[in-house]
Write a protein that binds this ligand. Structure first.
Ligand code: PLP
Ligand code: COI
Length: 356
């Protein structure tokens, strides 16, 4: 970060660091928050200078439009610290661009790249000691924009807040997950907001996911909203299916988030000589592959969970278990992507971004 940048962002440091109260050897996901946050207000038609302040509550008028009309978009990123204490991000500009794609769809103001990147880097340099180094841990970063402007009129707000909060976190899932292929509810629809990381997309998932949990599953596999015949996403992750030695993932669309982990996995797999097919895949094909033994693996891919192997799936009251393999694509690809993220291996793709 250049000097010119640092003097643009004002920093108010906390007087009461919580760092010593956190057990870095037993970190849950997303439940502890670091000492500071970045805040940038949108007022009078423009984004103001970002500031870093102690992590604290936000005060909003009850008529703030976020509460009524759900104008809220977010990102999920991670900061990693290597053996030399250097801080790394993974493809951060892709998150910055996607935040703006989401904001545009929800009629919210787009944030300049400089506010995002300079704010993020300044915050991470201040929160350096909050980046865990224990295995599979990282500093989960949550940039978000929401409507802070007031009014019950159903129209876009005139004020917004961009905030970055950080959470030292352990793994998202404890182990393999069992999933239910959804046959009634939909996460998204053509022409809708499925491709955006809009808060409401997640609210809409909770009820069907709770129903799946009551049936003994941990996650829902979302299918297309018209026929429920085609596999789209795995909860808040993109999905990969291995039939024999081919890796298949659904094409992104209006309805599917263009995941950064997904596109990185596709590139790493192709680079390893694994056959990858980006195409629609039907439930029928997966059930048939499970029955004839060619279905080898299914896994979700996303920033929070990285790669989450699926143990089995439920479909129309039947259970289909996946085989227990010794060498899986999921474990190899997870190793390769995390080696790049944590700076344990060369980054021939140029994805790693040093924060300094
Ligand atoms: N799909 C959905 C709905 C998500 O919320 C996420 C999480 O960010 C992903 C996929 C994975 O995207 P990424 O790999 O960019 O984190
Ligand atoms: C992520 O993978 O970073 C996400 O945003 C998923 C999340 C809803 C935990």
């Amino acid at each position: 970060m250049s000097l010119e940048v640092s003097h643009k962002i004002t920093v108010e440091k906390t007087k009461n660091s919580k760092l010593s109260q956190v057990d870095f050897n037993n970190l849950p996901f997303g439940q502890e928050y670091s000492d500071h946050m970045l805040v940038c207000d949108y007022e009078d038609g423009k984004w103001q200078t970002p500031k870093i302040i102690p992590y604290q509550n936000i005060s909003l008028d009850p008529s703030a439009k976020i509460f009524h009309y759900g104008q809220s978009v977010f990102e999920g990123m991670k900061a990693y610290k290597d053996a030399q204490d250097t801080i790394w991000l993974f493809r951060p500009l892709d998150n910055q661009k996607r935040l703006n794609i989401s904001a545009k769809r929800l009629a919210m103001p787009e944030l300049p790249e400089s506010n995002f990147m300079e704010g993020l880097e300044a915050l991470l340099l201040l929160e350096k000691d909050w980046i865990p180094t224990t295995k599979d841990s990282s500093l989960y970063i949550r940039p978000f924009i929401f409507a802070s402007g007031n009014g019950f009129h159903a129209s876009p707000a005139d004020k917004y807040k961009f905030i970055i909060a950080c959470s030292p976190s352990g793994p998202y899932f404890g182990g393999k997950v069992k999933v239910l292929i959804e046959q009634q509810y939909s996460r998204s629809a053509n022409g809708g907001v499925g491709f955006a990381k809009a808060g409401g997309n997640y609210a809409g998932q909770f009820y069907p996911t709770n129903l799946a949990i009551q049936k003994g599953y941990q996650q829902v596999i979302w299918t297309d909203d018209t026929t429920h015949e085609f596999i789209e996403e795995a909860g808040a992750m993109n999905i990969f299916i291995r039939i024999n030695d081919t890796l298949i993932t659904a094409p992104t669309s209006d309805r599917i988030l263009d995941g950064i982990t997904r596109k990185s996995i596709i590139e790493i797999a192709e680079d390893q000589g694994i056959a990858v097919e980006v195409r629609s895949i039907s439930v029928h094909e997966i059930v048939a592959a499970s029955e004839d033994g060619s279905l080898k693996e299914m896994f979700g891919a996303g920033t929070a969970a990285v790669i989450s192997p699926i143990a089995g799936f439920g479909y129309k009251e039947k259970e289909f278990m996946l085989p227990e393999l010794d060498n899986t694509f999921a474990s190899t690809l997870k190793q390769q992507i995390t080696d790049i993220q944590y700076n344990r291996a060369d980054d021939k793709f140029g994805w790693r971004y040093e924060v300094k």
